[in-house]
Design a protein around this ligand. Sequence first.
Ligand code: NAD
Length: 325
Amino acid sequence: MRILITGGAGYIGSHAVKLFLARGHEVWVYDNLSQGHRAAVPADRLIVADLAEAQRLDHALVTHRVEAVVHYAAFALVGESVKNPAKYYQNNLVNTLNLMDALRRHDVKRFVFSSTCATYGVPEKVPITEDEKQRPINPYGNTKLAVEHALADYAAAYGWGYAALRYFNAAGAAPDGQIGEDHDPESHLIPIVLQAILGLRPEVEGFGSDYPTPDGTCVRDYIHVDDLAEAHLLALEKLQPGTQLKLNLGTGRGYSVRDVIDTAEAVTGKLAPVKEGRRCWWPLPKEGKRNWAGNRAIPICVRSSRRPGTGTTAIRKATTIEGRS
Ligand SMILES: NC(=O)c1ccc[n+]([C@@H]2O[C@H](COP(=O)([O-])OP(=O)(O)OC[C@H]3O[C@@H](n4cnc5c(N)ncnc54)[C@H](O)[C@@H]3O)[C@@H](O)[C@H]2O)c1
């Protein structure tokens, strides 16, 4: 299939690019490199452009005769979205509508969308299933839900087939160490813990220890990026005109901050300097029913986040753990 991957030079997108190419698909990456990395994708597959540029989108879709789009490009810092919602509505909603307009112009009707468990807000029950009410509690979640609504309307009116994949926390890196997580600032726990162990930051800070969980630290569901990539491909292969797939992507198993720190210490054989701080952003599910599960557990996510030979993660610097999803 000829697939355009927006945000493909970013963390999750670059792992999808690698998998899709390995499976024989024709892939082009559309990324403005605002967060992504040129080196994360093959140079001959990269189109450096912004979703706001309608002509560049038209050119990419026509030149490469694109049949389907996987849309990762977005801003994804919850705290920043609260401080600067305009930035999030502009990029996550307006620019996505711009992309969808371009797809209409060129009759591309298959669309896989990176949505998020943040669209559920504070759930009434855990585990969070797809029938949970979507009531986001921050602008980031609102922008993602707004796109989900637009996709449902486009599917009904224009015969699109789409999948809205609502991820929990992406984790891990490619087993060959070629690509991994490289956000600046970093907001995800596993790379932050590994950075602290390596002395690249003073300590792990800011997760809270007064949650109603067995060890008092926040429990989250982590899914390996390679499992996310597999799920996107499976979803894409299912899409027919009118298909509407709305799926949560997680393992259905929660791990606490303490579990992650313990695992990182066991994997590296070193202690992580930890400072208790403010709470992280939202609760996550316990055990229970799920429709799809990733295969890779947290030790694999932690191990694969180390770079072979160096034991370092693919991360630069950050301040505190902030809700990012
Ligand atoms: N990381 C997670 O745990 C997680 C969880 C749930 C959902 N998501 C969603 O998954 C997607 C990818 O997340 P990520 O962690 O890989 O983020 P990322 O920041 O690493 O990747 C996003 C990519 O999109 C690009 N981009 C942003 N705006 C663009 C624009 N206007 N035009 C072109 N390119 C643009 C960036 O340069 C970057 O390469 C996002 O949509 C995010 O909301 C992520």
